[in-house]
Design a protein around this ligand. Sequence first.
Ligand SMILES: *[C@@H]1O[C@H](CO)[C@@H](O)[C@H](O)[C@H]1NC(C)=O
Ligand SMILES: *[C@@H]1O[C@H](CO)[C@@H](O)[C@H](O)[C@H]1NC(C)=O
Ligand SMILES: *[C@@H]1O[C@H](CO)[C@@H](O)[C@H](O)[C@H]1NC(C)=O
Ligand SMILES: *[C@@H]1O[C@H](CO)[C@@H](O)[C@H](O)[C@H]1NC(C)=O
Ligand SMILES: *[C@@H]1O[C@H](CO)[C@@H](O)[C@H](O)[C@H]1NC(C)=O
Length: 489
Amino acid sequence: METMIKVIISKPQYHAAFLIFLIFFLFLIFTEYNLHLEHSRRTRNIPNLFSEHDLRLPREDNSLMMLEGQQRDQIADEGNDGPVVDNKDDVNAYYFSMLVTEEDIEDFSVKLPDTLPNFKNPCWIEMVPEDFSYTNVTLYYQLFCLYPENQPHGSWQDSYDYMENLIHARKRYAVGSKAWRIRCFPYFFLLGFTKCGTSDLRRTLSFFPDFVDGITKEPKFWNKIRLRSYHGADMLPRPTLSDYLDLYDMAAEKIRSYVFVTEEGDTYHPAIIGDFDPMTVWKIPMWRKIKGNENRDAPKYLTPHHLHSINPNIKFMILLRNPVERTFSHYKFFHSKNNRKVQAEMFHDDIKKTMQTLEKCFRDNAIRTCLYQPWKSNITTIRSVTGSVYYVYLEDWLEVFPRKQFLFIRSEDYFQNRTAVLVEILRFLEIDSPIPKYLWRNLATLPVINRSITSKMSNKTRILLQEFFAPMNRRLVSLLEDDRWRWHF
Ligand SMILES: *[C@@H]1O[C@H](CO)[C@@H](O)[C@H](O)[C@H]1NC(C)=O
Ligand SMILES: *[C@@H]1O[C@H](CO)[C@@H](O)[C@H](O)[C@H]1NC(C)=O
Ligand SMILES: *[C@@H]1O[C@H](CO)[C@@H](O)[C@H](O)[C@H]1NC(C)=O
Ligand SMILES: *[C@@H]1O[C@H](CO)[C@@H](O)[C@H](O)[C@H]1NC(C)=O
Ligand SMILES: *[C@@H]1O[C@H](CO)[C@@H](O)[C@H](O)[C@H]1NC(C)=O
């Protein structure tokens, strides 16, 4: 080596050759570095979840720890390559399930598969077809009418990119190149009503460790999308339950990676997801598209029937606000162009006309028929009133699901003391994970989400509305057997 260097230094004719070699060497290093950069650029967006544990399933997954002994032995007997799952029975034996989501929800043929026993939320493992990809995101935007305020946890596209990367990575470990994903159906629904504080409740719950958010607050799936009741529907493929579940795929992965180990060494996944769409309980303009409703004056089948056939154990929460205030808030939301005040006179005139329209309808028809009427003109004004006749909608839901699966919350109570109501909500949802003290302290002072503009309604309008709603509230009081639904008028 030493002699080589001496030779190079002493013989000037070698200098040029050495220089060329040096440049070439540096160039090699530079190229290699660039390739490395390129690689890390491509992999930077892939989160750390891609550990082998997250890719291999079923044998190494915690969720299988609680399988019956025999099944666990069976799994243990399989070689290191994992079980061979090539028919449906085997698939079920390993808690792999296929949810037949292409079937019609309206046929009552869609049921949740067996869910994982150590998950609080109904979840299951699903095989992913070989040619899997999420439906293109433009389609999702159109389907789910996304609003920016509905996505607090990163963009829609990021979620699907993340899931696609995860699933492609899993294929490398998969049996017969079929990857898997975990699917979850909401544990609870916050059903309504519009303008009663559902946005605030959703945000508040998202601070608690056991709550995981889906991609959007208002999927509009149950009252609109599944019935293709949206602009340009005929141009798009028919949405399936699978499209709806996709909204919760990221959340499902979070539920899976959030594990408790009990003293006995059992694992438990306590986190839950909810659907927070405040329209689900009352607004379903195209109910005649549901099979069995076609030629009726009023619907026979509604969302509760379909939800019950999919999962009879769902828990429902409903916020109800003084119907006069709710009506005004709803009206302001749709009539205050550019955040301008709503004039008391304009509100009064519209309400007076609406009362006449509705009372005319009530003379010739059942109230229920009028409320489900897909009105053609002045629709937002009419809905600001019909959306406050709570008992009619609640009767439809309570006919299908037992009373104990509902928690009714008075919005005024919630706005006044969120903490007290949250305690009730956590009990209802059977949340028993410890809640940090600071969370309670912070929530006590956190301002309520309020997008309402300041406008006054005149006393004569208030009286008109109170007279209209008083008998409706009496029906609500007897339906829910509780006097607080009278709101003192
Ligand atoms: C995505 O979906 C939209 C709406 O259906 C369609 O116009 C577009 O061509 C699709 N893009 C791709 C890449 O498939
Ligand atoms: C509803 O619309 C009609 C015209 O389409 C109008 O004459 C009527 O005054 C409107 N009623 C209300 C309550 O706005
Ligand atoms: C709210 O309710 C909680 C629990 O019932 C109670 O401890 C607290 O004092 C209440 N706060 C207010 C401001 O009333
Ligand atoms: C929301 O804001 C409006 C206008 O400032 C106000 O009148 C109303 O009382 C507020 N609602 C709540 C629940 O705080
Ligand atoms: C409206 O009613 C409130 C309470 O009932 C009363 O204090 C107020 O003076 C009334 N306003 C008008 C303009 O009559």
